[in-house]
Design a protein around this ligand. Structure first.
Ligand SMILES: NC(=O)c1ccc[n+]([C@@H]2O[C@H](COP(=O)([O-])OP(=O)(O)OC[C@H]3O[C@@H](n4cnc5c(N)ncnc54)[C@H](OP(=O)(O)O)[C@@H]3O)[C@@H](O)[C@H]2O)c1
Length: 393
């Protein structure tokens, strides 16, 4: 069997999608869920988890491949069909266990309402993870906000969706210059939109407005919405390319960052983010927002962990800000997700797994002839000391 690529924009294709869903073997009580932006970093882990749990997954991508497009072929304004080949961006999805039987790739841009409706059709749940990840206001705000409204509308129109899970961000939570240093950041905190605008932080602005739009639309349309607000996500990659949060780590290893910033940031593992999405979908008691964070670190802590684990790379040792006092970490609560049974991997483990994954995918050279301590005669999964840090190899 092959993965079903559902792509054309016409009614025939919509019928094909329905037929394909109906033909899937019943998994997880026969539940079908839609994951938008399925080939992205977080979504890929979510698709993997959903397939492992027996769900049938309709994943939206912008170019599923192996579909018929039409090119403007001559001066008589006729259009010639041609076959668009597999997009290598989706190869990792097609290789997942269960993908051949239960993964359906659907072509959908966030600004194409009809395509989103087709993807959501026949689903019991929707995980809306697709979003631009950029600080360019033109590219960020409209797809993030309008795309989210479209997803909620499509869920309301479907008649089958029982819950929508929206991937928001810490960017919709912490950008508030008036928050006191002792405030514990939790689900009640919202970013200050004027501050986001003033500081030209269009990613955080777009995510905050998109999350507000999701809550408004869900209330208006009577859709059951739950939200996950991940902090900066690290951990192994399934996709072939480097996404923005992984680039944040890669720059400290490949020599492109000579210094580190005087800044703090919360981190969480991508596998735990995927697990959080599933937990809030499956738990009837889950409601509202869910802050998904393991730990807040200063950049100096990040580079120290990296340098201890991987001393062979040119990890920066100097802060770019030698004048101001060291920024202090904020306090936060991840209690809501813990109450749903989530256990967070320690960030040092996630950073270790990030680097190993970057090496395996060819984004980082494997330096030095010595086998790292962690790899010497270890049973997979056994805990070892690497640079004084306990790591599971
Ligand atoms: N990674 C983090 O640290 C982090 C932290 C908090 C929240 N988040 C949120 O988590 C979600 C996933 O992020 P990620 O880190 O996994 O990033 P990613 O790898 O860049 O994935 C983003 C996905 O969104 C898709 N997308 C972007 N614009 C689109 C559009 N106009 N129409 C359809 N699809 C579109 C992308 O498709 P293409 O591949 O075609 O571009 C990609 O599949 C986002 O909502 C992000 O805001 C991420």
């Amino acid at each position: 069997m092959t993965v079903v690529d559902v792509v054309s924009a016409d009614a025939a294709a919509a019928a094909e999608t329905t037929a394909a869903v109906q033909q899937q073997p019943a998994g997880n009580n026969g539940q079908t869920v839609c994951v938008t932006g399925a080939a992205g970093y977080i979504a890929s882990w979510l698709v993997k988890l959903l397939l492992e749990k027996g769900y049938t997954v309709k994943g939206t991508v912008r170019n599923p491949g192996m579909h018929t497009d039409y090119i403007h072929a001559d001066t008589h304004h006729t259009y010639t069909p041609y076959t668009n080949h597999d997009d290598p961006k989706n190869a990792h999805l097609k290789a997942l266990d269960g993908a051949a039987e239960r993964l359906i790739l659907c072509k959908a841009d966030l600004l194409d309402y009809d395509a989103i409706c087709r993807a959501v059709q026949g689903c019991q749940g929707v995980f809306h993870t697709a979003s631009p990840v950029t600080d360019d206001p033109e590219q960020m705000v409209e797809p993030a906000v309008r795309g989210t409204e479209y997803v909620i509308s499509a869920a309301a129109e479907s008649g089958t969706v029982r819950r929508v899970v929206f991937t928001s961000s810490i960017g919709a939570v912490t950008m508030d210059p008036n928050r006191g240093p002792d405030v514990v950041v939790d689900e009640s905190c919202w970013s200050d939109l004027d501050f986001c605008k003033k500081t030209r932080n269009w990613y955080c602005y777009g995510k905050a407005v998109a999350e507000q739009a999701a809550w408004d639309a869900a209330r208006h349309r009577g859709v059951d919405l739950v939200v996950v607000n991940p902090v900066l996500v690290v951990g192994p990659l399934l996709q072939a390319t480097v996404n923005a949060s992984i680039a944040h780590i890669l720059k400290y290893l490949d020599g492109s960052a000579r210094t580190f910033a005087n800044a703090v940031q919360a981190y969480v593992d991508v596998r735990d983010v995927a697990a959080a999405h599933l937990a809030v979908f499956e738990s009837a008691a889950a409601s509202g927002r869910h802050l998904c964070a393991e730990r807040v670190l200063h950049r100096e802590d990040v580079v120290r962990i990296l340098a201890k684990l991987f001393p062979e790379y040119p990890v920066p040792t100097r802060c770019s800000d030698e004048k101001n006092p060291r920024k202090q970490p904020y306090k936060f609560s991840n209690q809501k997700l813990r109450d749903l049974g989530l256990e967070f991997r320690p960030v040092s483990q996630s950073l270790y797994d990030t680097v190993k994954s970057l090496q395996e995918k060819g984004h980082l050279p494997v330096l030095g002839e010595e086998t790292p301590e962690a790899e010497k005669e270890q049973t997979p999964g056994a805990e070892v000391q690497q640079g004084g840090i306990a790591i599971r190899a």
